[in-house]
Write a protein that binds this ligand. Structure first.
Ligand code: COA
Ligand code: AMP
Length: 638
């Protein structure tokens, strides 16, 4: 007898339409689909074509209509403002319906885009759900991005309305959002008609007359708006994510496939039932926040915790345990970096003992590789399964996981366990040939991707095909390298492009290089992600100055660091850079990034046969040592 995981996995690949049709029966449809999987326009696959639904209806109204209106839908827990606020499903439905009415009053209709640039307050989730209610397409931009990054997204999405707030709170620092928003609109070519601004008491924003409206005022005048039926294939949201250049990719998510897949994952992967309390400590600006702070838990009828704080410093490394115990959280999801931060402050987990964690049953980690130390520390101190799972902004939900709701497997440290049902994950070489078990290659997924994944990039079908589908025909390229062992455990080892993962945040070193190259004194540069014990990786910049520049090097370094913060944002965490005479290159002029990285990370390395000037590696070692990086010792005799 195959176990429930094996049964589901085989069924999902043998007949994807039958598998996902069954999952779709668990959702409300105004009209059922004509075809579960429409493959008439390969390589563009569409799920539930012809079906009509409303995601907000499924996430909110349906639970009220089923008699669960008094159940808690959302708990806002904000140690940075010292407040906790709960919404029942009925209350949240009413708030969302009214804000949907406010959007409609500003002329927002089905298909219009709405950019949401907000901190972790309930109004961010309310704005997202209100967009879904009227059929508008939201695009949430993470608060840690600078005005220019916001402007790039505004230009691409062309929103009719932008919803924002007066400020965010970073531990004790107030981050005014409105000046960033004003600057972004100033830079952007595409201007929104209206901005709706939620005024927080700790920092009130100045509103631009004729353009900006106060959230409270528009809501007071609005009447509740009903759910607008949309096509299953209509977009629910666009989420921009780092690509290999400074231009982010607009990942599109549809309504139907997204609803079906996310609701299914809540039980199959996370073992959550209706009424259970779920907590994702992330931000609504990331895909994890979209899928598992807002949509997944609400579609399932769970209680979701929206946390405005940090794992440490708000006020201490015990805050996670306080939240789990106070709200009776059954399972939580965050990035490993959050647990590394706690472990660093409270290595013995002493603060855990102050709280009753008896309802807590599982910890899920994703966003970056989970290092075995962090998993083992969490297992030992929390005494619950700690589950690493692998996914991407593009996929919207996990590609590989230990499916707690189907059949948990023994953990192999360093592996997010097995491919989730729906995902035909393979490891191939550069010519798309399979590589034997245990050997590293490109991690790819055989098409079609399951529902809930990206159908395309916003207004960029060609870019979608080029970035994901052309290198390995018939497969989706994850841009991760890794292997699958003989037991089917997947190992994700490294990105194959210039993406780095800093504190679980996905960033492009190429985008940082574009900023550095703009400095008038910089002739050439390279940015690399080096190992960091807290954040997983940290960006480090190397700049070569133009001939004849005699200015103080430290001043130039401070300027480039400032430029990255100003142009990309504090989230880039770009704090280390140095001036070098030359960059190590191959004879054909390619920067030897892999070698520099190995030196910085204190790994085994060789002088590449293709190197142009071996002395440049000695210079690089000196530069890394100056930065306090590198066990950078050139091996004897090199
Ligand atoms: N608005 C404005 N600024 C923000 C921001 C936001 N929403 N989010 C982060 N920043 C700023 C931070 O204040 C920090 O600024 P600084 O350079 O002035 O200190 C900078 O961006 C880097 O932030 P971060 O990477 O979060 O580092 P941190 O030192 O503040 O915190 C951790 C480190 C590990 C505690 C933190 O990253 C964390 O809690 N991570 C949890 C995991 C997570 O949310 N992952 C997302 C995907 S699951
Ligand atoms: P993002 O789109 O921000 O979610 O980042 C996706 C990338 O993060 C993936 O392509 C991986 O490189 C990395 N990643 C996410 N989860 C994991 C994991 N569990 N193990 C290893 N890498 C991961």
């Amino acid at each position: 007898m195959p176990d429930p995981y094996a049964k589901a996995y085989q069924a999902s690949l043998a007949d994807p339409s039958a598998f996902w049709r069954a999952a779709a029966e668990d959702c409300h449809w105004y009209r059922k689909w004509d075809r579960v999987l429409d493959d008439s326009n390969k390589p563009f696959y569409r799920w539930f074509a012809g079906g009509r639904l409303n995601t907000c209806y499924n996430a909110l109204d349906l639970h009220v209509e089923k008699g669960n209106g008094d159940r808690t839908a959302l708990i806002y827990d904000s140690p940075v403002t010292d407040s906790i606020r709960s919404y029942t499903y009925r209350e949240l439905t009413e708030e969302v319906a009214r804000f949907a009415g406010a959007l409609a009053a500003q002329g927002v209709v089905k298909g219009d885009r709405v950019v949401i640039y907000m901190p972790m307050i309930p109004e961010a989730a309310i704005a997202m759900l209100a967009c879904a209610r009227v059929g508008a397409v939201h695009s949430v931009v993470f608060g840690g991005f600078a005005a220019r990054e916001l402007a790039v997204r505004i230009n691409d999405a062309k929103p009719k309305v932008i919803v924002s707030a007066s400020c965010g709170i970073e531990v004790k620092r107030i981050v005014p959002y409105k000046p960033l928003l004003d600057e972004a609109i100033e830079i952007a070519e595409s201007k929104p008609e209206r901005c709706i601004v939620y005024q927080r008491p700790m920092e009130r924003a100045t509103l631009v007359e004729g353009r900006d409206l106060d959230w409270e005022a528009v809501v007071a005048e609005a009447s509740p708006h009903p759910c607008v039926p949309v096509e299953a294939t209509d977009p629910l949201y666009i989420l921009y994510t780092s690509g290999t250049t400074g231009i982010p990719k607009g990942v599109v998510r549809d309504n139907g496939g997204h609803m079906v897949a996310l609701k299914w994952t809540m039980k199959a992967i996370y073992n959550m039932d209706e009424g259970d309390v779920w907590w994702t400590a992330s931000d609504v600006g990331w895909v994890v926040g979209h899928s598992y702070i807002v949509y997944g838990p609400l579609l399932k009828g769970c209680t979701t915790v929206l946390f405005e704080g940090k794992p440490v410093g708000t006020p201490d490394a015990g805050v996670f345990w306080r939240v789990i115990s106070e709200h009776k959280v059954k399972a939580m999801f965050t990035a490993p970096t959050a647990y590394r931060a706690i472990k660093r402050e409270d290595p013995e987990g002493k603060l855990i003992r102050d709280y009753d964690l008896s309802p807590f049953q599982a910890l899920f980690l994703a966003g970056e590789r989970s290092d075995p130390d962090t998993i083992q520390w969490s297992e030992k101190n929390l005494k619950v399964p700690v589950i690493d799972h692998w996914w991407q902004t593009e996929t919207g939900w996990a590609i590989a996981a230990n499916c707690l709701g189907l059949h948990p497997f023994p953990v192999k440290y360093g592996s997010p366990t097995k491919s989730v049902p729906g995902w035909d994950v393979r490891v191939v070489d550069a010519s798309s040939n399979p590589v034997p078990a245990g050997e590293i290659g490109a991690l790819v997924v055989r098409l079609p991707l399951p529902p809930g994944t990206l159908p395309t990039l916003w207004n960029n079908d060609q870019g979608f095909v080029k970035a994901y589908l052309s290198e390995f025909p018939g497969y989706y390229k994850t841009a991760d390298a890794g292997f699958i062992d003989e037991d089917g455990y997947v190992y994700v080892m490294a990105r194959t492009d210039d993406i780095i993962n800093v504190a679980g945040h996905r960033l492009s070193t190429g985008a940082m290089e574009e900023v550095l190259a703009d400095h008038p004194d910089v002739a050439e540069c390279a940015v690399l992600g080096v190992e960091d014990s807290l954040k997983g990786q940290a960006p480090v910049g190397f700049v070569v100055l133009n001939a004849g520049v005699t200015r103080d090097e430290e001043e130039i370094v401070a300027e480039v660091i400032h430029m990255v913060r100003e142009r990309i944002g504090p989230v880039a965490a770009f704090k280390q850079a140095t001036v070098v005479k030359r960059l190590p290159k191959t004879r054909s002029g390619k920067i030897l990034r892999g070698t520099i990285q190995k030196i910085a990370d204190n790994k085994e390395w060789n002088v590449p046969a293709t190197i142009d000037e071996p002395a440049t590696l000695t210079e690089m070692e000196e530069a890394l040592t100056r930065l306090g990086l590198a066990g950078a010792r050139i091996p004897e005799g090199k």
